[in-house]
Design a protein around this ligand. Structure first.
Ligand SMILES: [Zn+2]
Length: 300
């Protein structure tokens, strides 16, 4: 069966010259996924914007209102890292919609991918680190409200810790948050999740995969999830300017395959989001994401 995927690349955001966020990666990823026939055109969907009702399952009304009306303060905008624009609000809502729709498709088909999302630094009342809304948290809450799931596991392998996600689900036994990240990397004040694994600067494939293989089965048996969300960040790659780790393309592909296989083996649906990636060369970041989609397609 072919993979279902969601792209919100059409809704881009104007950024100042030299801005470090690679907004162009989304369109390049969409184009590569189509060119390499990893997802057939009829299964590549464009999401609706997430509803306000769903957003408010996670985010404070004051924060959502300030974003929608452009009333965000300068300090709040700086913390997010993007200048405010109506396009930023639209794109952020579409990206969350993509994760919600991909999660619903995962429940139906076993695996689905959002070619965006993984914005795990967004908290209920503020955004930071290039994250406006917390897509995965909104999707979990929306599926719980509809009684389509009771429990979720979040496997966050972006190189940065999912501090916002951890804060949202702190003390909530229905969502297990697992994060493997650079210990010395942003965010410098980490928020404990259900299980945090900190990695040394310079960590390479073999050690990374050993550690992941050790923890993954325990995470899934402790979480007893009805659905798994996977943040397949490209930023552990050795060519990443923010990552500090030294994983290769091959190591990251084996990482993805390990997560996909672990979920398939216990029959749990998996929603993949691409999360971060700040390669010195944007095409390296896109390549990591393309490889993730290829692995996911092989499990669809
Ligand atoms: Zn990251």
């Amino acid at each position: 069966m072919a993979l279902h995927a969601w792209t919100s690349a059409r809704w881009t955001v104007p950024l100042p010259e030299g801005h470090r966020f690679p907004i162009a990666k989304y369109a390049r990823l969409r184009d590569r996924v189509l060119a390499e026939a990893l997802v057939p055109l009829e299964r590549l969907h464009e999401p609706e914007p997430v509803s306000k009702r769903d957003l408010l399952l996670v985010h404070d009304a004051a924060y959502v209102g300030a974003l929608e009306s452009g009333a965000l303060g300068a300090a709040e905008s700086r913390r997010i890292g993007f200048p405010w624009s109506p396009a930023l609000v639209e794109r952020s809502k579409r990206a969350v919609g993509g994760t919600c729709e991909a999660a619903a498709a995962a429940l139906e088909h076993g695996v689905a991918v959002n070619l965006a999302g993984g914005t795990h630094h967004a908290f209920p009342s503020h955004g930071e680190g290039f994250c406006v809304f917390n897509d995965v948290a909104v999707a979990v809450r929306a599926l719980q409200r509809e009684h389509r799931i009771a429990r979720a596991a979040i496997i966050d392998l972006d190189v940065h810790q999912g501090n916002g996600t951890h804060a949202i689900f702190a003390g909530d036994g229905s969502a297990f948050t697992f994060s493997m990240h650079g210990g010395r990397n942003y965010p410098f004040r980490k928020v404990p999740g259900s299980l945090d694994v900190e990695l040394e600067d310079g960590t390479t494939d073999d050690h990374y995969l050993d550690v992941l293989a050790e923890h993954l089965p325990r995470v899934l048996s402790a979480a007893r999830p009805d659905v798994v969300f996977y943040l397949a960040g490209a930023d552990p790659h050795e060519g990443d300017t923010l990552g500090r780790l030294r994983l290769t393309f091959d190591g990251l592909e084996r990482r993805d395959a390990m997560v996909l296989a672990a979920c398939r083996d216990i029959g749990v649906p998996l929603c993949v989001t691409i999360a971060g990636g700040y390669g010195l060369r944007i095409d390296d970041t896109v390549q990591v994401h393309v490889n993730t989609v290829r692995v996911a397609a092989s499990f669809a």
